[in-house]
Design a protein around this ligand. Sequence first.
Ligand SMILES: [Zn+2]
Length: 399
Amino acid sequence: MFSFELLAQEDRARAGEWVTPHGAIQTPSFVAVGTQGTVKSLSVEDLREIGNQVIITNAYHLHLQPGEDLIEKMGGLHRFMGCQGPLITDSGGFQIFSLGAGKEHGVGKIASIFPEEKDHGGHLRSKTGKPLVKVDEGGVDFISYLDGSSHRFTPEGVIEIGRRLGADIILVLDECTSPLHDYHYTKAAMERTHRWALRALEAFHRTPDSWQALLGIVQGGAYQDLRKESAAFIADQAFDGYAIGGSLGSSKEEMHQVLDWTLSLLPPAKPRHLLGIGEVGDIFEVVKRGVDLFDCVAPTRMARTGTLLVKSAKRFRINILNRQFKDDARPIEEGCRCYTCCHHSRAYIRHLFVAKEVLAIRLATIHNLYFLESLMGQIRAAIRENRFAELAREWLCRS
Ligand SMILES: [Zn+2]
């Protein structure tokens, strides 16, 4: 049901095709984040028009609400969401452990490391003062941010949830560490993640005729020996593809190093997914190093605050709330073919944001995702035509 084929390569940048039971994904590809079974404010029809190829949902969030029992009863995630295309479910390891790390290090928000945490705002407090997260060899106990109820995730349990949700691609449960964790903790968490990976694989293969795919996750923080050990270990297991998770360090340089250490050890014939990257500059850097898929909440989250992606702008973004756009009759981006730019002016979109109209969020999200999908289309074409380095130079000299 799954096959991954490399169609072209320019240095380490790869263009390929990942065939799934719900259609093919042309890579490298951006993966839209639909944590709760929806990409905020958009319908699946909107996403199809934008050119979206694949959505990542989250087992942790969907387990807490509405629950895998209900989604299974409703015919599985595809039917529940009305989505025909490929779906991934993240395990929620990142979400669970980001709560713990924030608490443990006395940090409310570790924005650049655990960006997802922002979405929960102030809800992540245990009213009884109990620890939010407690990990042991068997699994992890955590408190629901919705109602304070207690839950436990195990590697086997997450496979079972993934089966019942019914996404095409499932991610294993991992223990995610932050850059604030020291070497010894990061090493212990990585080793536990490896043992959990073996248990997840065993549970996954208990269903012999699976139509789903399972991705292993490389951990090891920003420590060279740990990253390499983790990449080698996870690469050795019979996963259908590999995800790179956890802390990528605290600077761009560290992130590039972590990717270089990791990607050189992963089997070239299988897809590689980087969890949590989506800025334009970063996209060129990760594709250059051989990443095939990446997801990030940034483009949709930015859209909701009026930050819109524009190629000619500094850091590829404008804030539409800025007064200079008050009477600007131009579209968000000249030449953009998205629904928003074909129908509306900057002045109108600014007005919607100022008036706090819900349409503002929808129109802004359409543009930001279209911008990224269009960029990914250009990147894929450039790799196939051996001019990716040229395209990267053309874009990055503007920022
Ligand atoms: Zn547009």
